[in-house]
Design a protein around this ligand. Structure first.
Ligand code: MG
Length: 170
């Protein structure tokens, strides 16, 4: 049985992953409305991955006899001042999520819940990749996104992202 505090943190994280999906959908909408459908597509794939993460946390709670309480999802920022802002915001957001996951991990470690630590290992690694991807995209935009031709090429590149369902053996 899961420790009560740990179960609460895992449950809160379900909401957090739904919020991430909401935030990335908001960014996707912004780019689509601005005519950058490649960026829009890239962020819609990002949102789908976050939904997968939310479901994985829910399944983990269920597999360990805990109740999943879905909560209100906060409305994300939808007013961006320029094409660069969502990229900066997504990097900031991924760093925040890394901190949250590390906090759950630290709690699991404290209560010697090795199974939960093992479950979280995948997410610890995933967050490293998410931060790197967000950093790379921001850097690319800084280098090439300021001029029309570069922006067009970058938008075309991002339109090719393929969604693959995230699964973890839990
Ligand atoms: Mg996630």
């Amino acid at each position: 049985m899961l420790d009560a505090k740990l179960a609460e943190l895992l449950n809160n994280h379900v909401n957090q992953e739904f919020y991430s999906a909401y935030l990335y959908l908001s960014m996707s909408n912004y780019y689509n409305e601005e005519g950058l459908s490649g960026f829009g597509h890239w962020f819609s794939v990002q949102a789908q991955e976050e939904l997968d993460h939310a479901i994985l946390f829910s399944q983990y709670l269920h597999n360990n006899g805990a109740h999943v309480a879905l909560k209100t999802i906060e409305a994300p920022n939808a007013n961006f001042t320029g094409f660069q802002e969502p990229l900066q915001e997504s990097l900031k957001h991924e760093r925040l999520v890394t901190g949250l996951i590390h906090n759950i991990y630290a709690t699991a470690n404290q209560v010697k819940d090795f199974r939960t630590m093992q479950f979280l290992n995948w997410f610890v690694k995933e967050q490293g990749e998410e931060e790197k991807t967000a950093e790379d995209l921001l850097k690319k935009f800084e280098l090439f996104g300021q001029d029309g031709k570069g922006l067009y090429m970058l938008d075309s590149e991002l339109s090719e992202r393929v969604y693959t369902q995230t699964t973890e053996d839990i």
